[in-house]
Design a protein around this ligand. Structure first.
Ligand code: ADP
Length: 306
């Protein structure tokens, strides 16, 4: 096969591992900087150009599109899809999962466990918004934040009010959420390929920190998940229409709740914590889907809606 990896930096761990795995399985692979791709949008012959070259003949494309380049990155990916290249994750599924509100609404529609969550832009009745999620302590999130930045724990009603007011003053969209105290500063990352959880790790925030992000000094260990956690993670990825996803769960008193569904889950933390070759599994998945396609199955997955 001829595989393209859309990634801004070939030196990143995940990108390097995918290149290695593809080569080990005997494929030709190229890393393309998505912002350097330019496109020819005509009705008969859609194309992608790169440094003066007309890219053609790729069987599959692996999108590793960073949150800050979602708009342009998904447009390039869509162009590959129009050329008949199999996307490991479809552009529409990536766009869906990058919108936190849209994701939560889709997951709630499917009855998937979520923390009680309210969202708002400029509520007149802040008290009512706070009551909606059961009062303090509660978590307030800036919608645009990543890696735990813009996630605040408000321990008292007064603190909650002032943080909400401050965010309102910034004209930001905010999310107000029940604080899952019983999670104890830990979350579970389930790595999904196809309709399986292929690996899972527990991330624990450092002492005194309720956020478990590895970027914030959290640590990762191997964990055994329950059948309920497994099925929640699989259903969440399926709802988004993602073949490959990192589903983050919290263990709450009312069962597993989904925090986030990540469409470009990193490999470093999970491969080190579990010792599994997840890059290889992704390439094997692409091989399987392309072989099925040759047998007449539909290539892209169209399960996610909305
Ligand atoms: P980001 O997308 O910026 O990483 P998250 O919403 O995933 O932000 O929050 C970061 C971390 O904070 C989560 O991984 C989790 O450990 C913790 N956290 C977030 N929301 C809650 C909550 N409602 N209750 C308890 N812990 C939470």
């Amino acid at each position: 096969m001829k595989i393209a990896i859309l990634s801004r930096n070939p030196k990143l761990y995940s990108t390097r591992r995918l290149v290695e795995a593809a080569r080990e399985r005997g494929h030709e692979v190229r890393v393309l900087d998505v912002l350097r791709c330019y496109m020819n949008i005509t009705s008969n012959r859609p194309g992608v150009h790169y440094k003066g070259e007309d890219l053609a003949g790729f069987d599959a494309v692996i999108p590793r599109i960073g949150a800050s380049v979602t708009f342009y990155g998904t447009a390039v990916l869509r162009q590959f899809e129009m050329m008949g290249t199999f996307p490991l994750n479809e552009s529409v599924a990536i766009s869906r999962s990058r919108d936190k509100l849209r994701s939560l609404q889709l997951l709630s529609r499917k009855g998937i466990g979520l923390p009680v969550t309210g969202f708002a832009h400029k509520p007149d009745d802040i008290q009512d918004l706070i009551n909606l999620v059961g009062g303090a302590p509660l978590v307030i999130k800036l919608l645009e934040g990543t890696q735990g930045i813009g996630v605040v724990l408000a321990e008292t009603q007064k603190a909650a009010e002032s943080v909400i007011e401050a965010f309102m003053g910034l004209n930001a969209n905010i999310l107000v959420q029940e604080f899952i105290k019983e999670a104890g500063g830990a979350d579970i990352r389930c790595f999904i390929i196809g309709d399986k959880v292929v690996a899972a790790m527990k991330r624990q925030g450092k002492e005194g920190e309720f956020r478990s992000n590895l970027h914030r000094g959290g640590s990762a260990t191997l964990i055994r998940i329950t059948p309920e956690e497994r099925s929640t993670a699989i259903r969440a990825a399926k709802t988004m229409g993602l073949n490959v996803a990192g589903v983050d769960l919290l263990r709450s008193n009312h069962g597993p709740v989904v925090m986030e569904v990540n469409s470009s889950p990193g490999l470093e933390g999970i491969e080190h914590a579990t010792g599994k070759d997840i890059a290889d599994m992704q390439i094997a998945f692409i091989e399987k889907r392309l072989a099925e396609h040759k047998d007449g199955h539909n290539l892209t997955r169209t399960r996610g809606k909305g």
